[in-house]
Design a protein around this ligand. Structure first.
Ligand SMILES: Nc1ncnc2c1ncn2[C@@H]1O[C@H](COP(=O)(O)OP(=O)(O)O)[C@@H](O)[C@H]1O
Ligand SMILES: CC(=O)OP(=O)(O)O
Ligand SMILES: [Mg+2]
Length: 412
């Protein structure tokens, strides 16, 4: 079965083609083809990178609409030096990461006009994500009109969060209107928790885990019996940790004050909190941890402050999860920052020695992939797991199509 996966991020579009013959294993099988567009590195420009076998294509082009960019990227799958298939008709199914599934979507779902309008409706709550997800679905509809498309939701992993976590201390009627905590990055959490348990050789259900997903968007989740019991993102992907360009949690009184005294409009505040805050807003340098690191080495004090705040807030939230879990067996770091920035990991672990959590500095420094970086004596294991949201989506597609053959046939 050939499965195309589209993962639309706020400023990136990552696409992969996987081939699964005997069904998915827990360990990732490398994709036949991958194509990435990154709009975050240069203003008005799109950096494109396509890989297939040992062929590689890299170029920078002026930005165009996401739909057009996806269409031309997908052509490299069946044309030119990165060609991986003879014809688009070889693709059996397309899986999409959909960030916000609201209350209704608790598992992978075949995309129908009704599902599309629900995704569009939820774009109000995750504007940087759901509308990009929808553009991906529509781009594929034009190129592969007869191929089933499956939505895999980031919110689904948190579907059973307890009520005291879900409800905000606001008028109860607001909760009844749908203003509640949902949690995100669930596809990443599901993969990282199972992968860690497999590497440890222990049942997932026996482990108390905290997983820190640190990419452009950052959140962490407490996982007990294999289920999410608390997480830092809430109604939207803006709550919680400090991120690349998002503020994370702040005093809501600041917004009221700024609206009143500085007359900011709602759209201006939305843009400031989502795109001009976090590492970028504080440092004035960049949202990218690599640039922050370089600026710190050059003596930039605001970059240092941004880094220190990022780590401080991360530690606070790790600490907040401890009583929820009643202790900790494994701490996991994943996502672009979690996988690559050893100083974030060591900073986050500082102060948790009282748990007998001890990082091995040498192992940590080498930024390993899918490895334990705690000392042998440490009573808490610490893992770095490469985020594999796309592989997890491919697995979900395979399960959806094979668990119910009539569903598969009727939808072709
Ligand atoms: N080698 C690296 N060292 C430090 N940080 C990195 C490195 N590579 C990527 N990052 C960080 O990871 C972020 C992207 O993470 P990623 O998980 O790919 O994001 P997303 O999936 O949300 O687009 C970058 O913005 C950067 O801050
Ligand atoms: C939900 C979310 O924040 O996603 P990302 O990290 O891809 O921006
Ligand atoms: Mg991501």
């Amino acid at each position: 079965m050939k499965i195309l996966v589209l993962n639309a991020g706020s400023s990136t579009q990552k696409n992969y083609l996987y081939e699964l013959e005997k069904g998915p294993l827990n360990e990732m099988s490398p994709p036949l083809w991958s194509g990435k567009i990154d709009w975050s590195r240069q203003e008005g420009m799109a950096e494109i990178e396509v890989k297939s076998g040992n062929q590689k294509l890299a170029e920078t082009r002026p930005s165009e609409s996401r739909e057009k960019a996806i269409a031309s990227l997908l052509e490299t799958l069946w044309q030119g030096k990165t060609q991986a298939i003879a014809d688009p008709s070889e693709i059996d199914v397309v899986g999409h990461r959909i960030v916000h599934g609201g209350e209704k979507y608790r598992e992978a779902t075949l995309i129908t006009p009704e599902v599309k309008s629900a995704i569009a409706h939820l774009a109000k709550l995750a504007p940087a994500h759901n509308s990009a997800n929808l553009q991906g679905i529509e781009a594929v509809e034009k190129i592969l009109p007869n191929v089933p498309q499956i939505a895999v939701f980031d919110t689904a992993f948190h579907a059973d969060l307890p009520l005291e976590t879900v409800v905000y201390p606001l008028p109860y009627e607001w909760y009844q209107q749908g203003i509640r905590r949902y949690g995100f990055h669930g596809i990443s959490y599901q993969y990282a928790t199972q992968r860690t348990a497999d590497l440890l050789g222990k049942p997932l259900e026996s482990l108390r885990m905290i997983v820190c997903h640190l990419g452009n968007g950052c959140s962490l989740a407490a996982i007990k019996n294999g289920k999410s019991v608390e997480t830092t993102m809430g109604f939207t992907p803006l709550e919680g940790l400090m991120m690349g360009t998002r503020s994370g949690s702040i005093d809501p009184g600041i917004l009221i004050h700024q609206m009143r005294s500085q007359q900011f409009t709602v759209d201006e505040l939305d843009s400031i909190l989502n795109r001009e805050s976090g590492l970028k807003g504080v440092s004035g340098v960049s949202s990218d941890m690599r640039d922050i690191h370089t600026a710190i080495e050059e003596g930039n004090e605001r970059a240092k402050l941004a880094f220190d705040m990022y780590v401080h807030r991360l530690r606070l939230q790790i600490g907040a999860m401890l009583p929820i879990l009643g202790g900790l067996d494994v701490l996991v770091f994943t996502g672009g920052v979690g996988e690559n920035q050893s100083s974030v990991r060591s900073g986050a672990c500082e102060g948790f020695e009282f748990l007998k959590l001890h990082l091995d500095p040498h192992k940590n420094q080498n930024s390993p992939t899918d490895a334990d970086i705690a000392t042998i004596e440490s009573q808490v294991r610490v893992f770095v797991i490469q985020a594999q949201e796309d592989w997890a989506i491919a697995r979900e597609c395979w399960h959806s199509l094979t668990k119910n053959q009539s569903y598969t046939q009727s939808s072709f």
